[in-house]
Write a protein that binds this ligand. Structure first.
Ligand SMILES: Nc1ncnc2c1ncn2[C@@H]1O[C@H](COP(=O)(O)OP(=O)(O)O)[C@@H](O)[C@H]1O
Ligand SMILES: O=c1ccn([C@@H]2O[C@H](COP(=O)(O)OP(=O)(O)O)[C@@H](O)[C@H]2O)c(=O)[nH]1
Ligand SMILES: [Mg+2]
Length: 238
């Protein structure tokens, strides 16, 4: 089942943007309960030590994940962990892993899961906030399973920014952040990897009723208005 943020929005808000408690109270409550569900707590895992509330933010290269994460942080007090940014920091640290990671990123490949999850875990452990936006991860089923096993938690919700390839290419080529992978050859490789690996992940969370598919075409603000209801449903509960 795909949850479209636009339909969630019409479920919870009237056109005047007020909660529809009277007419659609049951639906609103259902959505609220879903977002505010008890965090997963497995034996000996990070989520046992603190209450975790995790959102995975997925989408192809240039679909706007990082841009929208910044807006979610500003409005809803999450801690943003970009898996790609953590990997780039590891490269900059000149560690052994960093050298492996650089080779993979240049080729647009997915870095071995244990390296990425190790970096995510370190950040999550050292952060007082338990509300995390995990951006650009998991990129494949292996990533997803490694996260669940090592962190011992599942996301409460998953955003998927749905963007046509030609728009992603245009945005990445204009990004201008000096990244080694923002060139047309690597972008084509990244898009191939994305097409071959993302679907099972989003399908998995879709079946669990955790997936929110967001149309990623429009201005940054227009897109954020599609994202907002996903988080507004649970504001104040964490
Ligand atoms: N809605 C949008 N319309 C046009 N450009 C956008 C939009 N959202 C983000 N961008 C730009 O596109 C590029 C890629 O966005 P980014 O957030 O880095 O995507 P991702 O993290 O998914 O790769 C950036 O230069 C960003 O400023
Ligand atoms: O969990 C991750 C996240 C990123 N990457 C690598 O890092 C690159 C850049 O990822 P990022 O999310 O920063 O790119 P974006 O999608 O934002 O353009 C990817 O192409 C991959 O090579 C990875 O292997 N695993
Ligand atoms: Mg990004």
């Amino acid at each position: 089942m795909w949850r479209r943020a636009t339909s969630l929005s019409s479920l919870i808000f009237s056109s005047s943007r007020r909660p529809l408690r009277d007419q659609q109270g049951a639906y609103s409550l259902k959505a609220w309960e879903f977002f505010c569900a008890e965090p997963f707590k497995g034996e000996g895992c990070l989520s046992k030590e603190k209450n975790l509330f995790i959102t995975f933010v997925l989408g192809g290269p240039g679909s706007g994940k990082g841009t929208q994460c910044a807006k979610i942080v500003e409005n809803f007090g999450y801690t943003h962990l970009s898996a790609g940014e953590l990997l780039r920091q590891e490269i900059a640290s000149n560690s052994e892993d960093g050298a492996v990671i650089l080779d993979m990123i240049k080729e647009g490949k997915i870095v071995p899961s244990e390296m990425t999850v190790k970096l995510l875990k370190k950040e999550m452990e050292s952060c007082d906030n338990g509300k995390f936006l995990i951006d650009g991860f998991p990129r494949n089923e292996e990533n997803r399973i490694a996260f669940e096993q090592i962190i011992g938690a599942e996301p409460n919700s998953v955003l998927f920014f749905d963007c046509p390839e030609e728009e992603m290419i245009k945005r990445v080529l204009n990004r201008n952040e000096g990244r080694v992978d923002d060139n047309i050859d690597t972008i084509r490789k990244r898009l191939k990897v994305f097409a071959a690996s993302h679907y099972p992940v989003i399908e998995y969370y879709s079946k669990k009723g955790k997936l929110y598919k967001i149309d990623a075409i429009g201005t940054e603000d227009e897109i954020f208005e599609r994202v907002r209801p996903v988080f507004a449903a649970c504001k104040g509960a964490h």
